[in-house]
Design a binder for this molecule. Structure first.
Ligand SMILES: Nc1ncnc2c1ncn2[C@@H]1O[C@H](COP(=O)(O)OP(=O)(O)OP(=O)(O)O)[C@@H](O)[C@H]1O
Length: 239
């Protein structure tokens, strides 16, 4: 299987502080991989470097085999990214925002309409389609973020805490969506919810204090979420 997401020696320093240091892992086509770590471990920083939103101080990121910094457009066409704080543009509606995002991704006419209608249904946005994003609840804003990540039907999804701030019904909906997407896509998702990892991820990459401390099958971290929680604590307790 070709690797669809590759982090090779990624580091980001803020002064002396290493937010991420020498992070190396790859995710093969078709895999759903969890990206775990305590608050401040460096997950969002690494995801931003993987998606080209932050330039690494060291290392290389590749999406679908394309270098994210040297071959940005080819990498971006294959990538959908849900950033940690969801979409900005509070005055736009989901409809106008997704139309704008679609146009920047070279979609138009019937194709753009079909894709907008598909993400509207998949992300259950029908009720808020014409409301200002700034007035939506956190859960709905999160779903608008998911919709923009999926709009151009990318092969690779990098999702920074896709279920954070959602109520249990919405969490269930997003998990089902990720499971259905997993049939055709490669997914890296960060989360603090270990049950979620069991539910949807076959593989776990765990970082602590900016460094990779575990990379392996979910089953190696434990066969249920209690065992996994214990192992998580062992691997992430401050040295
Ligand atoms: N622009 C910045 N300047 C200085 N420090 C930063 C900057 N951005 C992030 N950091 C620091 O880098 C570390 C890693 O942050 P990051 O947001 O990647 O963690 P995280 O694992 O995503 O955390 P969380 O689970 O809380 O979202 C944190 O200590 C954070 O304070």
């Amino acid at each position: 299987m070709a690797d669809m997401i590759e982090a090779s020696g990624l580091s980001k320093f803020y002064g002396e502080f290493a937010a991420a240091q020498n992070i190396t892992f790859s995710v093969p086509a078709g895999q759903v991989c969890a990206f775990l770590g305590p608050n401040g471990a460096g997950k969002s920083t690494t995801m931003k470097m993987l998606t080209g939103f932050l330039a690494p101080d060291e290392g290389v990121s590749k999406i679908g085999g394309y270098d994210v910094h040297a071959d940005r457009i080819s990498a971006a066409q294959r990538l959908g990214y849900l950033p940690e704080n969801g979409p900005l543009y509070p005055e736009m509606t989901p409809h106008s925002f997704l139309k704008y995002v679609g146009e920047t991704r070279m979609l138009s006419g019937g194709e753009l309409r079909d894709r907008m209608s598909w993400v509207c249904g998949q992300c259950s946005l029908g009720d808020v389609w014409g409301k200002a994003i700034g007035k939506l609840s956190r859960g709905y804003r999160q779903r608008v973020g998911m919709a923009q990540a999926l709009l151009h039907d990318p092969d690779v999804l990098i999702l920074d805490e896709p279920t954070s701030g959602l109520d249990p019904n919405q969490v269930h909906g997003v998990r089902e969506l990720i499971e259905s997407l997993a049939e055709t896509k490669t997914v890296l998702l960060s989360t603090h919810i270990l049950q979620e990892v069991h539910a949807v991820c076959s593989r776990v990459v765990l970082i602590n204090e900016g460094r990779l401390v575990f990379d392996g099958p979910t089953s190696e971290l434990g066969t249920h979420s209690d065992a996994m929680e214990q192992k998580f604590r062992e691997l992430t307790v401050a040295a």
